[in-house]
Design a binder for this molecule. Structure first.
Ligand code: DGY
Length: 321
């Protein structure tokens, strides 16, 4: 039991979110306006009971070992935790809290933005408007592909995947999915299960990646999967960039094996593969999946209540196991 835990907020939060922490805890925070170097983060967190960071703050084994012994909890302001060495944190007796559930709907909205934007050639349309080069309506102009009535393949039918699937009903889409484990009928809600990614790919006019990233998903969507997609397919990624093999996707986009891609996440962010910036059939967004104020506040609230539960001897619902 610690009634006044000291928290270090390493992320560059919107003021409304930062206030959630500073009004509830003795909180120090990053006021540099930029992502901290790991050394700075470790230094600033000296003597703290908990730190709050984001997916841009990587804590590998070495960094975890260097964390101050006072730190009992690491909070990540994300649902993904592939930036943290969970084994090293557990070995050091540090609990990890994250932000599941509260961002599902915002991320699902973003997945639809990606699918629609990529399928309907939004980047090329915006270029015409902004560049002042639009010659007027033409029956040949920017012919895209239908989203409605197509087959949606979801890789990773967790809560975000299911929120994406729920929206597909309004578009009269047949939903297919691949997961390690098949869901029960209620959660499946009519979606068709595929026990392999290969089978899912064959049935996906839109392949939407929504699975958590881990070492086993690195490069999972590669040339051998992409070539199984039906002609004119669209690939979307709302999860983590390294699930896609960049070279293979770029090749598929250039040759037309894949018609278009909608990507909110990229390997090596923000230093993305330069060809993603050049290809007209890439609808790219800068990792804004959960970026609405309501969702970002809910993420902050969840971490704060988890911290309060933890330091008063309870069990936070958002503890990463
Ligand atoms: C998440 O919550 O994992 C988002 O991708 C932000 O990192």
């Amino acid at each position: 039991m610690n009634t006044n835990p000291k928290i270090y907020v390493a992320c560059n939060f919107p003021p409304e979110v930062l206030a959630l922490f500073t009004t509830r805890f003795g909180a120090g925070y990053n006021d540099t306006g930029r992502v901290l170097h790991t050394d700075e983060l470790i230094e600033n967190a000296q003597g703290m009971d908990a730190i709050v960071l984001t997916a841009t703050d990587r804590l590998d084994k070495t960094a975890v070992e260097r964390l101050a012994p006072s730190i009992k909890v690491v909070c990540t302001y994300s649902v993904g935790n592939d930036h943290l060495d969970l084994d090293a944190l557990q070995a050091k007796g540090i609990a990890v809290l994250s932000t599941p559930d509260v961002l599902d709907e915002a991320c699902a909205d973003t997945a639809w933005l990606l699918m629609l934007g990529a399928a309907r050639r939004v980047i090329e349309g915006i270029d015409l408007i902004r560049g002042g080069t639009w010659q007027g309506w033409s029956p040949r102009q920017l012919i895209g592909r239908d989203v409605w009535g197509s087959r949606l393949g979801i890789l990773g039918m967790g809560r975000i995947g299911r929120a994406i699937a729920k929206r597909a009903r309004g578009f009269d889409m047949a939903v297919h999915y691949h997961n390690r484990n098949r869901l029960g009928a209620e959660l499946e809600a009519g979606a068709q299960y595929h026990s392999s990614l290969e089978s899912l790919a064959r049935h996906s006019d839109f392949l939407c990646i929504a699975c958590p990233a881990s070492p086993s998903t690195r490069g999972l969507v590669n040339a051998s999967i992409l070539q199984l997609l039906p002609p004119d397919a669209v690939v979307c990624n709302i999860s983590r960039g390294d699930i896609i093999c960049d070279e293979d996707l770029l090749q598929a986009l250039k040759t037309g094996t894949v018609a278009a891609a909608g990507l909110d996440v990229f390997a090596g962010e923000p230093n993305i593969h330069p060809e993603y910036r050049q290809l007209p059939n890439v609808f790219g967004l800068p990792h804004i999946g959960s970026s609405t104020l309501r969702t970002r506040l809910a993420m902050g609230e969840l971490l704060c209540s988890g911290l309060q539960a933890w330091f008063s001897g309870g069990t936070p619902s958002n503890r990463v196991r």
